[in-house]
Design a binder for this molecule. Sequence first.
Ligand SMILES: NC(=O)c1ccc[n+]([C@@H]2O[C@H](COP(=O)([O-])OP(=O)(O)OC[C@H]3O[C@@H](n4cnc5c(N)ncnc54)[C@H](OP(=O)(O)O)[C@@H]3O)[C@@H](O)[C@H]2O)c1
Length: 291
Amino acid sequence: MPDTTGPTGPARRSSILVTGAAGNLGREVVARLRARGARVRGLVRDQGGPRPGAEWAVGDLTDPAAMRAALAGVDAVFLIWPLLDSAPAQDMVAELGAAAPRVVYLSSTAIDDRAVRQSDPIVQVHADMEALLREAGLRPVVLRSDTLASNARGWAPQVRAGDVVSGPEIARTAVVDERDVADAAAAALLGHHDRHEPYLLTGPEVLSRADQVALLGAALGRRLRFRAVTADLARSRMLADGRPERLVEALVAASLRRPESDRVTDHVERLTGRPAGTFARWAVDHAAEFG
Ligand SMILES: NC(=O)c1ccc[n+]([C@@H]2O[C@H](COP(=O)([O-])OP(=O)(O)OC[C@H]3O[C@@H](n4cnc5c(N)ncnc54)[C@H](OP(=O)(O)O)[C@@H]3O)[C@@H](O)[C@H]2O)c1
């Protein structure tokens, strides 16, 4: 049985497992499901002290026994796959197949369905995961997300230190507020969406990094600037920060090879009933985190 704390709730309510429950997106999904009365079990790797308000399963996505315990009695799963390799997902997908919950998989809008190989390793993993889930007969609801606004949290130390945010340039995309993705995920988990085409969750406008940094500055009442650095400098900085080499190479590949996208969809609104929010709104709402 999973290591659980907190209320378990009546058995007839939907019971939903949220993976990555301590992450930027996962914690928003947990909060929304709880607010809508669902019984939620969050998968975390480290219990890290009391986590009130939900039931918690402690384990790794790559550990079949932990996944079996975490999946016991759940009707639906919000699945992320934050690894750089889909091979270790085979066992997890087998456990999903045995438990047969509804699966909502969080993928990437950067997938090109016509391509034999995707632009970079991160997008390739998402394409592989979608295929694995489909081949296992799980009929997942696939939410392909654009770049999450919450990635901007990584700029906070630079914003506190000065007016320049530097980093690798990355293709312009319709950055999406993770709260909208979480609302869409909650709707997909609690509703009965039989759509077999992936949802493409984007924000309302296409932004470069420079645009995002300027909008963040506006929210803070400051003139912030973005300065692009070369891939080599980005690589050496990330390695110096202690990030794993494989992740660093994947991020560098994404910055060099991911194509620009001018796609803006209404799929957030289709799932949630209201339009996607702007990055400017996200920046205002999160300004305190950069002070
Ligand atoms: N960021 C984007 O722009 C973007 C765009 C499209 C799709 N996505 C997808 O969205 C996912 C969630 O994004 P996010 O910003 O919420 O990421 P995040 O804040 O880094 O959260 C990821 C969570 O996954 C957990 N995790 C990592 N490896 C795990 C493992 N082996 N077993 C169990 N849990 C594990 C982490 O747990 P710990 O707390 O223990 O480290 C963390 O809580 C990403 O992983 C990616 O697949 C992201």
